[in-house]
Design a protein around this ligand. Structure first.
Ligand code: C5P
Length: 220
């Protein structure tokens, strides 16, 4: 068997949205399709990596050669990521819900005359920041994504500092770009070396280029 650039490397990828239950029939969700994250998992596996893909609820086929773990909530995603460590690289592509309902989800909420449900939210853990600051098992390379609708590069660079990851892949998801749920992506790669802007590419092409960049990063 020939040796590929990522042979022997374990890479954890998160992808898709999370669903946060409000009661047995309702949940908080977002528009992430999982397309970019799944493409990245597939591209990394094609370069020889052992890939653990922790996926939120999406309607996508598992890429060839990828070990997929399905989860629903942010807390489950965090648990699955933690259980998958150690890893050489983590790529957090998932659109993790920022908040979950802080209540007992046992029974369906009922409409009450004149009243609104007492729906309290609580903050979800930040999986990317947790990995970046992991004391015992920080991956060698931690990659995050930043979906912004304005000041894309500035906000993403600040996010990189705040979360402590090595690379942030920033993209503009304002409605007009059609990126969320679409098949193309236009990204900026932000690292300690500055900003590298890629042209608009298919999400598959972005995935292949990013996988090669990760291989290059680990190579030196
Ligand atoms: O803060 P924001 O959600 O914009 O950050 C986006 C990045 O952080 C993505 O890489 C996403 O996967 C990651 N993230 C996470 N856990 C959260 C929120 C975001 O891993 N709870």
């Amino acid at each position: 068997a020939d040796i590929q650039p990522l042979t022997g490397k374990h890479i954890v990828v998160t992808a898709g949205p999370t669903h946060e239950p409000i009661d047995p029939v309702r949940y908080i969700a977002n528009r992430s399709s999982g397309t970019q994250g799944f493409a990245i998992a597939g591209a990394l596996a094609s370069l020889g990596a052992k890939v653990t893909l922790v996926a939120g609820p999406v309607a996508l086929e598992t890429p060839v050669g990828v070990n997929r773990i399905d989860v629903e909530t942010a807390l489950e995603m965090q648990g699955a990521v933690e259980a998958a460590l150690p890893a050489d690289v983590a790529v957090c592509v998932a659109a993790v819900a920022d908040w979950r309902a802080d209540c007992d989800h046992g029974q369906k909420l009922k409409k009450s005359k004149g009243g609104l449900p007492d729906l309290k939210l609580t903050e979800n853990p930040d999986i990317l920041a947790g990995l970046s600051k992991h004391i015992e098992k920080r991956p060698t390379l931690v990659v995050g994504f930043a979906a912004e609708t304005e000041n894309v590069i500035d906000y993403a660079a600040a996010k990189r500092e705040r979360k402590g990851c090595d690379i942030i892949v920033a993209n503009d998801v304002s409605h007009a770009t059609g990126i969320m749920g679409g098949h193309e992506n236009e990204v900026h790669i932000i690292s300690d070396k500055g900003v590298e802007s890629w042209p608009k590419l298919s999400k598959t092409e972005v995935a292949v280029k990013l996988a090669l960049k990760i291989a290059e990063y680990l190579g030196k």
